[in-house]
Design a protein around this ligand. Structure first.
Ligand SMILES: NC(=O)c1ccc[n+]([C@@H]2O[C@H](COP(=O)([O-])OP(=O)(O)OC[C@H]3O[C@@H](n4cnc5c(N)ncnc54)[C@H](O)[C@@H]3O)[C@@H](O)[C@H]2O)c1
Length: 338
């Protein structure tokens, strides 16, 4: 087992905390950084209790300030960074884009500047399939050009990827961008889940609805797909976290920058998701097409995940049912988050 030290930003969040757990299970030591504006200390305290405070060190620090630099000076063993910290409420990003450009772009740039200054040259970036813009013919692979995303939030991901391309070209560091599709589920024990105060994922909100935590009525946009509802690619959060560890190992051995889709490679319609939730959790709620048709709803988005399989040896193994079950365990124990 390795005892390498990685910095994980946004470690108190949904994907960050799950990735910290997988890193600890894989033998890494983790320096966790979060400003806790959205995320929580409790999942990290839980992991410290399980794995030891020497294996997981937690810093409260804001990336838009000089926090990351200070942490790196105090933790000279850091060999690489997994950068999850960001704001990601798409709707809010269209109302207050300045908040998103400052937090996500300036925060990432300050982190990168500090890493380059400290000679940390391996960087894993949380990107999103939103960087592909309006996908016309799924599945989409990584050779598809980055296009203008539909939201200011999405644009922050595209801009960060472009900054990373410059640092790679100018030989400042090597990076891997991981483009996530629709993230769902909790860890296998159901103890680390999506505790955002306002969850926006379909599975998150439908599971909460099924458990009676909050009302849920499913209105979907009718589009041109076999069952008339949009098709998306639902990726389990633990599979996603394992993809990060594989990406880091690849970066370490090959010192080559790259981008990978992290998705299952299969589309599932949102109607299928909701019907499976009803079946697995024995619940019922109203399901109907939205009264008015929103323009611009993309009928189908799913990943071509072959590049991650061939190069990283990574495939998603947890199915939709598993994600629903683990998410339900988490929300039963944390109906109001942490
Ligand atoms: N959840 C998804 O479906 C999804 C899909 C695609 C991409 N992503 C990306 O994955 C990453 C993690 O998403 P998540 O769902 O875990 O979100 P989250 O909100 O649960 O976690 C993000 C964490 O970052 C922290 N943070 C935000 N700004 C910070 C700053 N300036 N300094 C320090 N900490 C800061 C928050 O407090 C929070 O703990 C994000 O970069 C997001 O854009 C998520």
């Amino acid at each position: 087992m390795t005892t390498k030290t990685l910095m994980v930003t946004g470690a108190g969040g949904y994907i960050g905390s799950n990735s910290v757990e997988v890193l600890l299970q894989s033998g890494y030591r983790v320096v966790a950084v979060d400003n806790f504006s959205q995320g929580f200390r409790e999942p990290l305290e839980m992991l410290q209790n399980e794995h030891g405070e020497d294996k997981l060190v937690v810093y409260t620090s804001d990336l838009t300030e000089s926090g990351a630099h200070e942490v790196m000076k105090q933790e000279p063993e850091i060999e690489g960074i997994m950068h999850f910290a960001a704001l990601l409420n798409v709707g809010e990003s269209m109302l207050v884009p300045e908040k998103y450009f400052t937090n996500n772009i300036i925060g990432t740039q300050r982190l990168l500047h500090a890493a380059i200054d400290q000679g940390i040259s391996r960087f894993i970036f949380s990107s999103s399939c939103t960087v592909y813009g309006d996908i016309k013919n799924p599945p989409v692979d990584e050779t598809a050009p980055l296009q203008r995303p539909a939201s200011a939030y999405g644009h922050t991901k595209k801009m960060c990827e472009e900054i990373l391309q410059w640092y790679d070209q100018l030989d400042k560091l090597k990076y891997i961008s991981l483009r996530y599709f629709n993230v769902c589920g909790a860890n296998d024990a159901g103890t680390l889940g999506d505790a955002k105060r306002e969850t926006f994922g379909l599975m998150q909100n439908a599971v909460k609805g099924a458990l009676g935590i909050r009302p849920f009525e499913f209105n979907y946009q009718e589009v041109d797909t076999p069952d008339g509802s949009p098709i998306r690619d639902y990726i389990n959060v633990v599979d996603l976290a394992i993809g990060h560890v594989k990406a880091y190992e690849y970066l370490e051995s090959n010192n080559t920058s790259d981008a990978f889709n992290l998705g299952t490679g299969h589309g599932t319609s949102v109607l299928e998701i909701v019907n499976t939730i009803k079946e697995v959790l024995g619940a019922d709620f109203p399901t109907k097409p939205a009264a008015s048709r929103r323009t611009g709803e993309i009928p189908q988005i799913f990943a071509d995940a072959a590049h991650a399989k061939e190069v990283l040896g990574w495939v998603a193994t947890r199915d939709i049912k598993k994600s629903i079950e683990t998410m339900a365990v988490f929300y039963k124990n944390h109906p109001n988050g942490w």
